[in-house]
Design a protein around this ligand. Structure first.
Ligand SMILES: Cc1cc2nc3c(=O)[nH]c(=O)nc-3n(C[C@H](O)[C@H](O)[C@H](O)COP(=O)(O)OP(=O)(O)OC[C@H]3O[C@@H](n4cnc5c(N)ncnc54)[C@H](O)[C@@H]3O)c2cc1C
Length: 380
């Protein structure tokens, strides 16, 4: 494996690093306290990300995206992991399914998204269907040349502020999984769309997870994203890159935690010596360092395999997402311990990271589903 980072990716990494430091981190405390980003601020931040060329970096260049490789997306993820999930999402890692946009959909749909004039969300999960895609029941029935959608979606990131939502619905209930679903573009001002509520939650403050209902929401053929029957493929097509990108975020968060822990351990004195002199805490730091590096190696492996078109990337992406998400939880736990009471109170962002890290084991493939995928591959 080659761990050299190409020069152009190093440049992007530096851009994101300074952007996060200058534009996003100063807003963390307020957004954490408010548990909300006003839509005007959200759009203003997204427009700043457009201006620095980061918005939509994961989409293909021929559609107006940044065309950044999977390795590049992972490295951007590492820098975004240094801030909150709410603020990181304004930088514009957009749903990969947008790559199925056709020419006629660009002017009214994709272009305003890429210009940060409109916000897009992505909805698969339902009250009875999370890990088990096959249980999705939101239906899209063909009637009189149009599509009639009915169903409920939940835990949808940014549905609260979205102008468009990519909705996965059943179009052929008798078909096998691969051709049962279609992805639709739902305009949230459409009759039949209602936003129900935003959940209160453990972490990710300011990053809303919402529920919405579709009741006889009529759509036309131009609202189909990709092929009729191609919904499953659309979801799966970029899931590996997304998992690699997310593992970058976990490493980024672990980097912040470790930097804070090393500083604190050098300064704080107990029993006449700095904390860093206590072997019990040294072991915590050592274990965290080893695990963080292991996560990064898995991330590099998955990114390189994905960029080389190696089919094993599917498993490596599951491995780096699984290991990275659990690694940062362990690191956050140890760092809370190293800080003692200072790790538990909200003056420092450590307790925030401890809470935020917990969701990493749930979204984009739970740890259990990833283990099943890895084990099935082993067992043939
Ligand atoms: C922060 C956050 C953001 C999210 N954003 C979005 C979004 O934007 N769009 C969207 O569509 N969804 C989103 N989700 C939803 C997310 O994808 C689901 O929560 C996830 O797929 C798990 O589904 P579930 O919550 O219904 O849990 P379930 O599927 O009910 O699983 C419950 C538990 O059982 C385990 N389990 C399930 N099946 C098996 C099995 N076969 N074998 C062993 N264990 C099993 C799971 O691993 C889990 O531990 C988000 C979730 C979170 C937490």
């Amino acid at each position: 494996m080659n761990f050299d980072i190409p020069h152009e990716l190093q440049m992007i990494q530096h851009t994101v690093e300074s952007y996060v430091k200058k534009e996003l981190r100063p807003l963390e405390k307020q957004i954490e306290e408010d548990d909300h980003i006003a839509k005007e601020l959200d759009l203003a931040l997204r427009k700043k990300a457009v201006a620095v060329g980061l918005y939509g970096h994961n989409l293909p260049e021929n559609l107006g995206g940044g065309g950044v490789s999977t390795l590049g997306q992972a490295l951007i993820g590492e820098e975004l992991g240094r801030t909150t999930m709410a603020l990181a999402s304004t930088v514009g890692y957009l749903p990969g399914s947008l790559r199925f946009t056709n020419e006629s959909q660009r002017p009214w749909f994709l272009d305003p998204i890429l210009q940060a004039e409109k916000i897009v969300a992505y909805a698969v999960t339902e009250p009875d269907a999370g890990s088990d895609f096959g249980r999705v029941t939101t239906s899209a029935k063909r009637e009189n040349g149009r599509w009639r959608l009915n169903g409920t979606k939940q835990y949808i990131s940014n549905a609260e502020s979205a102008d468009f939502i990519l909705v996965v619905a059943v179009t052929d209930p008798t078909a096998p999984l691969r051709s049962r679903f279609t992805m639709f573009i739902v305009d949230t001002t459409s009759p039949g769309y209602s936003y129900v509520r935003t959940f209160k939650k453990m972490g990710w403050r300011g990053h809303p997870l919402g529920v919405f209902v579709l009741e006889d929401c009529w759509l036309d053929d131009h609202h189909v994203l990709g092929e009729v029957g191609g919904g499953f493929a659309a979801v799966m097509s970029t899931i590996n890159a997304t998992r690699v990108h997310l593992s970058g975020r976990y490493i980024g968060m672990a980097n912040v935690l470790m930097e804070m822990a090393l500083d604190y351990a050098a300064q704080r004195v107990t029993s006449g010596v700095p904390l860093s002199q206590h072997q019990s805490l040294q072991f915590m730091l050592a274990d965290s360092d080893v695990e963080k590096n292991a996560a990064r190696l898995l991330m590099f492996m998955a990114a390189q395999e994905a960029d080389a078109g190696n089919p094993h990337a599917r498993i490596s992406a599951a491995q780096c997402k699984l290991y990275g998400s659990e690694m940062v939880g362990r690191v956050a736990d140890r760092v809370v311990q190293i800080f003692g009471g200072a790790g538990f109170v909200s003056d420092l962002p450590i307790e925030r990271m401890y809470r935020d890290a917990r969701a990493f084991r749930i979204g984009e493939g739970t740890s259990e589903i990833l283990r099943i995928q890895i084990a099935r591959n082993l067992l043939g």
